[in-house]
Design a protein around this ligand. Structure first.
Ligand SMILES: [Fe+2]
Length: 593
């Protein structure tokens, strides 16, 4: 009976989608074609991955300079919890130097954004500024590409000009952390760069009180003590810092980690730390991820464990060494190998009252999978499972993560840099073509620390959704009772596409609340801000950044929006238009007054 009902729903959906034009090559609608404009402006197409690559291609056009201005609300007022608070965001913002376009949008130089909300909630003071790393300053002065980028950007002159230069540029373009009086622009293949909390002026590398050794983030494992001296003089043996630290709601501690790759041993050396808000170290742990050549992008923190998912990627370093490819282009997908889940005992577990775990657990997960952004991890089985009666609840760990349902063999991320020609002009070839990219779902992992069993399935209600950048209320990170995940939403038809709206997922029931901005609007990662004295988990605000493309503004203009987490489907309660289009960014953080 259920199957028949599903088939009916499926055929209805297909008929409706075909009537709206779904089934063509995704993104091939031309905004300048009258018939296509009807589809692009038709709200009935929401959820069907209807968009134009002519619009989306502006996502990775360089920013039109740095800005400093006041922006006022178009409607609504910023709620109390945002007033006098500050939203920081960062993303790649510059994609060429001296007339030479970078090789990949992820090689874009970081641009930090600051939105300072006014006391009355009627405006924001907006600042955008490039993160001026040492490399950025040198390239700015030379007005040419001087350093190699991670994903293939090279100096002019071919391999002869790039071979055996192992220094890659710190792009400072991935995340921004505001903690304990510091604002740090993060890049996982480099060290944090401190920026001024008001002006965003760069203040140099922050080595976290000497925890991050200088140099490129890999070691050749040469005999000591000569090995360290040789590597240090060659600019190697350094330690990078994750772009995804987490604040654990159970302790209030910042949890983060540094890493270096042991090239010859094929292992990643990881140092995990926890800090209070004064940057006092509250815990530390060393861990070596054996058989691993590329550090995880994100991780989760439960009361007992640090949870790291090791995607299966190998490295073929020769093309990097001889100056033919960037280091990131040398990553080779290994879909035939099972993904590994590492449960690393948390250094502060004793403080949390949980001392049962003292040995790391490495559990095999599915093949052909790739996980990227962790929304939440907690001890115990999933919320949707209720409480079991067999007494093994304490053995389970649950992780919700965005990930691909298909990891293809070959060069990792290679498809992110390729596109077939479009039937209209595009401002840059750097913007990824979603026809070549796997879709991203919200996955639910259940891991048994005692038996090593790993179960992976779509999170409740998420079987058809393409999402990314999932987050929970910061008051609920690491807690099993956490019920709601918020994410940017692309579509509901199981295909890869740009983010066109936001979704709230009820992890207990699978109920969804969805809101689409429009088929010509691209939505960045949501940042969740709890309401003051909120009694319920969804007493919170979702702060989003959206780039709208219209007939009047075909190259796009950005706006800041605020949605009520209890009514995502009602759309924004406040909208603050900006004057310019901001390149599609990555991650951010809100600091209350
Ligand atoms: Fe990320």
């Amino acid at each position: 009976m259920t199957r028949v009902a599903n088939e009916d729903a499926g055929s209805t959906r297909r008929a409706r989608a075909n009537a709206l034009g779904w089934g063509r090559r995704r993104g091939a609608w031309d905004p300048d074609d009258d018939a296509d404009v009807d589809v692009l402006n038709d709200a009935r197409a929401h959820g069907y991955c209807v968009y134009s690559h002519a619009d989306w291609a502006h996502a990775y056009v360089s920013a039109d300079g740095e800005h400093l201005y006041e922006a006022t609300t178009a409607f609504g007022s910023a709620p109390d919890e945002l007033r006098a608070g500050t939203l920081y965001r960062v993303g790649p913002g510059l994609f060429e130097r001296g007339g030479k376009e970078y090789a990949h949008m992820l090689d874009g130089d970081g641009m930090a954004l600051r939105f300072a909300f006014s006391e009355d909630g009627e405006s924001v003071h907006f600042t955008s500024r490039y993160v001026r790393t040492r490399e950025f300053i040198e390239e700015e002065e030379a007005n040419e590409v001087v350093f190699r980028g991670t994903f293939g950007t090279m100096r002019d002159g071919g391999p002869l000009a790039n071979a055996f230069d192992l220094h890659t540029k710190n792009l400072a373009n991935t995340n921004i952390l505001a903690w304990g009086g510091r604002v740090l622009a993060l890049y996982e293949a480099g060290q944090p760069v401190r920026v001024d909390d008001e002006t965003l002026e760069s203040r140099g590398v922050d080595d976290l009180e000497g925890r991050l050794e200088p140099g490129q983030y890999f070691t050749l494992g040469l005999s000591e003590p000569i090995g360290s001296m040789l590597e240090s003089s060659a600019g190697l043996g350094g330690r990078a810092f994750t772009a995804h630290p987490h604040v654990d709601a159970n302790t209030g501690y910042l949890c983060g980690w540094g890493w270096k790759s042991q090239i010859t041993a094929k292992a990643v050396e990881i140092s995990l730390w926890e800090w209070d808000r004064e940057w006092n170290e509250m815990g530390a742990r060393e861990y070596v991820m054996e058989g691993c050549e590329a550090a995880p992008h994100d991780f989760g923190v439960t009361n007992k464990w640090y949870v790291m998912i090791q995607n299966r990627l190998g490295i073929d370093p020769l093309p990097f060494l001889v100056g033919v490819k960037g280091a990131g282009e040398c990553l080779i997908s290994q879909p035939e190998e099972p993904l590994l889940v590492h449960l690393i005992p948390r250094s502060t577990a004793r403080a949390n009252g949980d001392v049962s775990s003292s040995r790391p657990v490495v559990a095999e997960g599915p093949r052909e999978s790739f996980e990227i952004h962790v929304a939440l991890a907690h001890d115990g089985p999933p919320l949707s499972a209720g409480r079991s009666t067999d007494g093994d609840d304490d053995d389970w760990v649950t992780v919700y993560t965005a990930g691909w349902d298909k990891l293809s063999p070959g060069v990792f991320l290679g498809e992110w840099g390729s596109s077939d020609p479009w039937p209209f002009p595009v401002p840059t070839e750097l913007t990824p073509d979603f026809n070549n990219i796997p879709r991203t779902l919200l996955w639910m992992y259940s891991v048994n620390a005692a038996t090593g069993e790993v179960r992976r399935q779509p999170a409740p209600g998420c079987e058809d959704l393409c999402i990314d950048h999932p987050h929970v209320s910061p008051l609920y990170e690491g807690k099993r009772e956490c019920r709601y995940v918020y994410a940017s939403l692309s579509n509901e038809v199981r295909v890869s596409g740009p983010p066109l709206g936001y979704v709230r997922v009820d992890l207990k029931t699978g109920e969804l609340q969805k809101w689409y901005a429009s088929n010509r609007s691209f939505c960045e990662e949501p940042v969740i801000v709890p309401k003051c004295n909120g009694a319920k988990e969804d007493d919170a605000w979702l702060v989003g950044l959206i780039a709208d493309h219209t007939e009047d503004n075909p190259s796009g203009v950005s706006r800041l929006v605020v949605l009520d987490c209890a009514r995502i489907d009602a759309g924004p309660v406040c909208s603050i238009p900006l004057r310019n289009r901001i390149p599609h960014g990555l991650h951010g953080m809100f600091v209350p007054r």
